[in-house]
Design a protein around this ligand. Structure first.
Ligand code: THU
Length: 149
């Protein structure tokens, strides 16, 4: 298990801020960067990537999750998110509902969501706090969907 020390949180915040610079945001001008810490210690990064057709846009958080899962990693400890307008983010960027749903798929209630303005200006929540009553894999497998097979 990767230890989520103060130093590690600061590093994740720095990485999320650096990833914000990679964002492709010609439509919103709202860049977001993310740094996802896996339980094995690996860090997967992401930024938002927008599209002329709008709906294919992917958020920074989901970019990071998709990169990790596609590399065979499915256990996570924390994510740092830095997003917003300005040279440095003027606001904390809370994850959208779709990204919270993706977090629920792979993360436990105690998964930490760290919102970043600067490496030392952060707010921290658990996934349970920002996504209570999440719809999970058990809800699908124990219900009528499973009975169809
Ligand atoms: N966005 C993210 O990347 N993550 C969030 O948590 C909130 C929203 C992106 C999507 C879009 O490219 C831009 O921010 C404005 O909504």
């Amino acid at each position: 298990m990767a230890k989520l020390t103060e130093k590690k949180k600061r590093e994740l915040a720095e990485t999320a801020l650096a990833m914000r610079k990679m964002a492709y945001v010609p439509f919103s001008g709202h860049p977001v960067g993310a740094a996802l810490l896996a339980k094995d210690g690996q860090v997967f990064t992401g930024c938002n990537v927008e599209n002329s057709s709008y709906s294919p846009t992917i958020c920074a958080e989901r970019t990071a999750f998709v990169k990790a899962v596609s590399e065979g990693v499915k256990e996570f400890e924390a994510i740092a998110i830095a997003g917003g307008f300005g040279e440095v983010p003027e606001t904390y960027c809370a994850p959208c509902g779709v990204c919270r749903q993706v977090m629920v798929e792979f993360c436990s209630k105690s998964f930490k969501v760290i919102l970043v303005k600067t490496p030392d200006d952060r707010k921290e929540y658990t996934l349970e706090e920002i996504m209570p009553l999440g719809f999970k894999i058990e809800d699908v497998n124990s219900g009528t969907y499973a009975e169809r097979d």
